[in-house]
Ligand binder design. Structure first.
Ligand code: UD1
Length: 419
């Protein structure tokens, strides 16, 4: 097991490149199941969630090659096993994204039911309801979902709640269905648009990307293509907060400022001087203490839940009081007790964190609990006086490519050590 040791207090300064998006790479890798020929994916981030996805695909009969330029060549055109096993699904909930494409291409699929996780119960009922509406026969037995349909048939799907991966699952399933599918109340995250663009390159007929109504005209077959994954807006947002919390100045290249509009607005409100060009973002705190900002998470284009914990860390050392309201996941507050151990003044009232900014945080021994909570602890450690040790770094490795290397490039004093 690895841990991170951070000696805080150093303002971050420098230039880094954004990685490719995790939440875009995962659905696109699963979309390879739909194709009759191989897919080459460029700008894929090196993350444990990507390796888990490749292991799952391999388990099902896919072959893949990691090319010298870092792109992934994946051939999922002839699966020999239509089962997504518990051992892999339990480590990554996004495995549910194998269900739609496998069912659509092969007429059947079996996948372990993902359990709850640290941030809430996270059911998959909306995935299953929508697949039934496309004509699938679904049953849940012994912890597994069994889905069967000779051929899915297009339908109108009205999601009761905005859901990212269910929207993606249904888009993928509908590409090979007979007839037209319309998804109402679809999620509008940039990663969904990225998936749709890739599917269109593969031969799918889809319109409405980036809006809440998506229409898919089913086709007989899809083929592989070469596609470049979009930048990871949550990784970029996390490093921008790292600069803000340490009162530093950083530039992130290969990013996409337009996908981060609300996050950049909140950073500007916290006192950051922000300038952007097409693919570059520069944040300069000009050495100032951050101002407190109120946050309410909600589906895109509003403030992302995946940035909530990082802004809680920022508000912990800000000049006054603020509230952070989480509306997507009921239990996404695992970072609160850990930040409190560093001297943060935080109290939880229902789904709202009341943050009273303190003069400074102090280093402590902490435990990472889930991906974004762990990121907030790293940020707090960078700003704190003294040494912070973060255990269970594997949570961070799910979503941040070589986090300590990137932070070192920005001047942070951070080391990964083995227990
Ligand atoms: C995706 C992202 C995750 C992000 C989240 C919200 C990926 C791989 N993961 O997760 O990083 O935090 O969107 O932006 O892209 N719900 C149900 N039933 C369902 C499905 C969802 O009740 O069948 C609920 C969830 O419990 C949650 C809400 O809907 O309260 C939104 O969740 P959803 O958008 O589905 O999150 P994920 O797709 O799992």
């Amino acid at each position: 097991m690895y841990k991170l040791i951070i000696k805080g207090g150093q303002p971050l300064n420098g230039v880094i490149n954004a990685a490719g998006s995790k939440n875009s790479a995962l659905p696109i890798l699963f979309a390879s199941i739909l194709a009759d020929s191989p897919l080459t994916l460029k700008n894929t981030p090196f993350l444990s969630d990507v390796s888990t996805t490749l292991r799952l695909l391999m388990d099902m009969g896919s072959e893949f090659v990691l090319e010298a330029d870092g792109s992934i060549f994946v051939d999922s055109s002839k699966l020999s096993n239509l089962v997504a096993d518990y051992q892999l699904v339990k480590t990554m909930r996004a495995s549910i994204l194998s269900l739609g494409p496998t069912l659509a291409k092969y007429g059947e699929a079996k996948i372990s039911l993902p359990g709850g996780c640290a941030i809430g119960s996270r059911p998959v009922n909306l995935h299953l309801k929508a697949l039934s509406e496309l004509g699938a026969d679904i049953k849940v037995e012994n912890g597994y979902i069994y889905a069967q349909a000779d051929r899915l048939v297009g339908a109108t799907i009205d999601f009761d709640q905005v859901t990212v991966t269910a929207t993606e699952n249904i888009i993928m399933a509908a590409t090979l269905a007979k007839g037209v599918t319309t998804i109402n109340n679809a999620a509008q995250e940039p990663e969904i648009t990225d998936l749709i663009r890739c599917l269109i390159k593969m031969g799918a007929k889809i319109s409405g990307e980036g809006t809440s109504t998506i229409t898919i005209n089913g086709v007989e077959q899809l083929s592989g293509t070469t596609y470049e994954v979009c930048p990871d807006r949550i990784e970029v947002g996390t490093y921008l907060v790292a600069a803000a919390i340490t009162r530093g100045k950083i530039t992130i290249k290969k990013s996409d400022p337009k996908d981060l509009r609300v996050v950049l607005e909140k950073l500007a409100e916290s006192g950051a001087n922000i300038s952007t060009s097409k693919n570059t973002i520069t944040l300069d705190m000009e050495g100032k203490k951050p101002k407190s900002v109120n946050i309410k998470t909600s589906a895109y284009p509003n403030f992302p839940t995946d940035m909530q914990a990082q802004f809680t860390a920022l508000n912990s050392v800000a000049d006054s009081s603020s509230t952070i309201t989480e509306t997507i996941f009921e239990n996404r507050f695992m970072h609160i007790p850990e930040l409190s151990r560093m001297g943060a003044d935080l109290s939880l009232e229902g789904n709202t964190v009341v943050c009273r900014g303190v003069k400074s945080l102090t280093g402590a021994k902490l435990m990472a609990t889930d991906l974004r909570a762990s990121a907030s602890l790293v940020l707090a450690g960078l700003a704190a006086k003294g040494t912070t040790t973060i255990d269970r770094v594997y949570h961070l490795d799910r979503g941040y490519e070589t986090i300590e290397e990137k932070l070192k490039l920005l001047g942070a004093n951070i080391e990964r050590v083995q227990d």
